[in-house]
Design a protein around this ligand. Structure first.
Ligand code: NAG
Ligand code: NAG
Ligand code: NAG
Length: 314
């Protein structure tokens, strides 16, 4: 346990380093793309990076769906965004990524209600929660961060294809470097560390982005994953240890608005299509771990995920 904590501490120092560079040459989305008539869905948009991302998309004229678990909180945020941007088309829909029933209901209603979907931002996430399970019995990190978004993306994919050019943006993390896909223990029943479970799920996000990009070649739908930076957000709500560290390193930590820049960059920048499948940080393509580049693992994870969710493999 101590070993894991120390490792995590080292790892945090390691992720803090790029922030110093970031202070000097800040990653900012400079795209001037406007989005009138475009439709965007942002998961977990009722706080942090998701909220800032939704706000900027609304500012540029898109109709934005805030998909979140806490609808009341979502409505307050929607009001705030409407007031700030003058864009009234900011809508709140209930989506609990820890429950496939909720995901299916969200998708069904959305598909019935909307003709198009141009931008899907898979932003919601949990980090370092104590061992717990989703409504469907998946371990929480892999269940919400990976499987939940996998199902959501799957259900919305036809709509994205019909609306091409369209984009899917996945918020992953540098933490994926510590992640491994343990196919024999995907649900962490044999060994569980909250920190590592997060890393595993973020590795899964990158593997999926690459596999999805491969499968979507030529469809006009492109997919990107990214590291938003070390951001002050509610993500650390489950860990007092992390909250302490966050306080200790506050000067390295980005604001949610700075953290949203790379999501926006991937969603908006013109001519990014030929970089589909890549991983971005500070608005640049960046390297991922060998695990994250392994196509065998990506394909196997894809199949296992389909299997777990009971969806057809192709
Ligand atoms: C995003 O991540 C989820 C979960 O790993 C995956 O199912 C989905 O295909 C990914 N989408 C993109 C665009 O990477
Ligand atoms: C992608 O396209 C842009 C121009 O549209 C070009 O500048 C860039 O070199 C291309 N990148 C790759 C990896 O092909
Ligand atoms: C991919 O991962 C598999 C299983 O861990 C491994 O056997 C294989 O050598 C890896 N491939 C590459 C190119 O790293």
């Amino acid at each position: 346990m101590i070993g894991v904590l120390l490792l995590f501490l080292l790892f945090l120092l390691y992720i803090a380093a790029p922030q110093i560079r970031q202070m000097l040459s800040s990653g900012v989305c400079t795209s001037t793309t406007q989005l009138p008539g475009k439709v965007a869905v942002v998961t977990g948009a009722n706080s942090g990076i998701g909220k800032e991302t939704a706000k900027e998309l609304a500012q540029r004229g898109a109709r934005v769906y805030i998909a979140c678990r806490d609808v009341q909180k979502g409505e307050l945020v929607a009001k705030e965004i409407q007031t700030m941007t003058g864009n009234q088309e900011v809508l709140v829909r209930k989506l609990d990524l820890a429950d496939t029933k909720s995901i299916r209901t969200f998708a069904k209603d959305f598909l019935a209600e909307e003709k198009h979907l141009h931008i899907l931002i898979n932003n919601a996430g949990v980090m370092m929660c104590p061992y717990s399970k989703t409504a469907d019995g998946f371990e929480m990190h892999i269940g919400v961060n990976h499987l939940g978004h996998f199902l959501l993306t799957h259900l919305l994919l036809e709509k994205l294809k019909e609306s091409a050019p369209s984009r899917i943006v996945n918020v992953s993390s540098l933490a994926h470097h510590l992640g491994r896909i343990h196919f024999h223990d995907l649900q962490g029943q044999k060994f569980y560390s909250a920190g590592l479970a997060y890393c595993h799920s973020k590795l899964a996000n990158i593997l999926f982005t690459r596999e999805l990009a491969r499968r979507l070649k030529g469809s006009g739908v492109t997919a990107y994953s990214l590291h938003p930076g070390t951001v002050n957000s509610e993500l650390v709500r489950h860990s007092s240890f992390m909250r302490c560290l966050w306080r200790l390193f506050f000067f390295f930590i980005k604001t949610p608005q700075q953290g949203a820049q790379t999501s926006l960059y991937c969603a908006l920048t013109e001519g990014l299509e030929n970089l589909s499948g890549n991983h971005f940080s500070d608005c640049h393509v960046t390297w991922v771990s060998a695990q994250a580049r392994n196509e065998t693992i990506a394909r196997r994870l894809w199949d296992v995920s389909c299997d777990l969710l009971g969806i057809p493999m192709d």
